[in-house]
Design a protein around this ligand. Structure first.
Ligand SMILES: [Zn+2]
Length: 297
């Protein structure tokens, strides 16, 4: 039975339909063709695929049926025209390596962090201005290549990752150029206050709110976007102020330690001013990424 098929360096405009009948196929190479569309029918039937290589084609989008490839370990779609990645990628829980180098991606689905075995992620030369929050879930991640994007900072808790290789040159990282300033009056909306109360109560498994919350799906959806204050670790729905920490990372592929901006999610000015960490607020992302500190009283 055919388990490996290399159709690279041909002139296919799509994945040949007959490939969809090779249900035992484990490795499929289609690099350097003229493929612009990926048929959902063909992709949906290759349930045993472990390796899929579509490098150097003209693919703009991957079908959501990619979720059928539950055994896929290595997905490579480098040098294409991808504008987004389907959220269904999050179903591919066996994935260890993804390569989306040299595409047109402006965002990534947060669901990508469901692929908890990912150890190598290649995203160089795209249009990413942010990475989704929650990256610390990728505890096996060793190699991250985000060079040549438009990132202004890394997501919160980025420094918890145990990266061996990080490539991040050629981005638009915020610069640490502190300017003293006076902190304005703190106003937290009623919606935010209620959300924080509900999130806090929901942590208590015996609370009334924890038991009744599932009856309010709209609230559950809204609260799913919650995060934790970097300083006090209390749950929050929205951050009080866009803040950043500058963190020294030691990565094996760099001789010197690397100082990178990491997003800090803070609940209040109290947390901004407390502890021994120096948080900076981002005042102007454009055009010069100026930052300033708020002086501590
Ligand atoms: Zn806090």
């Amino acid at each position: 039975m055919l388990t490996e098929l290399n159709l690279g360096n041909n002139t296919f405009k799509e994945i040949p339909a007959v490939v969809g009948h090779l249900e035992l196929l484990k490795k499929l190479y289609l690099y350097s063709n003229h493929i612009s569309t990926v048929s959902s029918e063909v992709i949906g039937s290759l349930k045993n695929l472990c390796v899929l290589n579509l490098n150097h084609n003209q693919i703009q989008r991957l079908p959501s049926e990619i979720k059928s490839l539950t055994k896929l370990q290595c997905l490579s779609v480098a040098h294409n025209r991808l504008e987004d990645i389907p959220a269904e990628l999050g179903h591919l829980i066996e994935l260890t390596e993804v390569n989306f180098t040299h595409n047109c991606l402006s965002a990534l689905p947060q669901e990508m962090y469901h692929c908890k075995l990912l150890s190598k992620i290649y995203l160089a030369r795209n249009q990413l201005d942010t990475l989704p929050e929650g990256i610390q879930a990728l505890t096996k991640l060793q190699v991250l290549d985000v060079a040549g994007n438009k990132l202004s900072m890394f997501p919160a808790e980025f420094h918890q990752l145990r990266l061996k290789e990080l490539y991040c040159e050629g981005n638009k990282f915020v610069q640490c150029d502190p300017k003293p300033s006076v902190l304005g009056q703190e106003v937290v909306s009623l919606k935010e206050l209620v959300a924080r109360f509900v999130l806090h109560e929901d942590r208590n498994k015996s609370s009334l709110i924890h038991k009744t919350l599932p009856n309010y799906p709209n609230c559950v959806t809204l609260l799913a976007k919650s995060c934790y204050c970097t300083s006090c670790l209390r749950p929050i729905l929205t951050t009080w102020l866009e803040c950043v920490l500058f963190i020294n990372l030691k990565v094996k592929n760099k001789k010197k330690s690397l100082t990178v901006p990491v997003r800090a999610l803070l609940c209040s000015s109290k947390c901004f001013n407390s502890g021994d960490k120096v948080y900076y607020s981002v005042v102007s992302q454009k055009p010069h990424h100026t930052l300033f500190t708020v002086e501590k009283c």
